[in-house]
Design a protein around this ligand. Structure first.
Ligand code: SF4
Length: 108
């Protein structure tokens, strides 16, 4: 499994906000923005796993989940404050992430 624990200030080009958007269904019972979200850092997506967003509590995924306040806030965070984004987002959809961390590692 890939380690996504590194963090840095970074620009994110979210695939989940483009034509490649392909939500994932987590084994925990929630819709997530992509399959990358469903990893051992899944707690980074806690805001998308509120009880009322559980697949058990919804009838219309698009209306009640994908257009929910929580999802809109998540997409806003990716664009406006990417440094606060989940580690998976920085790793898989971030730009210059690995270069920046390689430089930091070299400084130690
Ligand atoms: S890793 Fe994050 S930014 Fe990239 S598609 Fe998945 S949820 Fe969106």
């Amino acid at each position: 499994m890939t380690n996504t624990n590194q963090t840095d200030t970074i620009k994110i080009d979210p695939r989940c906000m483009g034509e490649d958007f392909m939500p994932a269904y987590s084994a925990t019972g929630y819709i997530l923005p992509c399959c990358y979200a469903d990893n051992y850092n899944i707690e980074d997506f806690d805001s998308l796993m509120e009880d009322h967003l559980s697949i058990d509590n919804i009838e219309d995924i698009e209306k009640e989940v994908l257009n929910s306040k929580e999802w809109n806030n998540f997409f806003k965070l990716l664009k406006v404050t990417p440094e606060l984004a989940p580690r998976s987002c920085k790793f898989y959809c971030g730009h210059n992430w690995s270069t920046a961390n390689r430089i930091k590692l070299g400084d130690n």
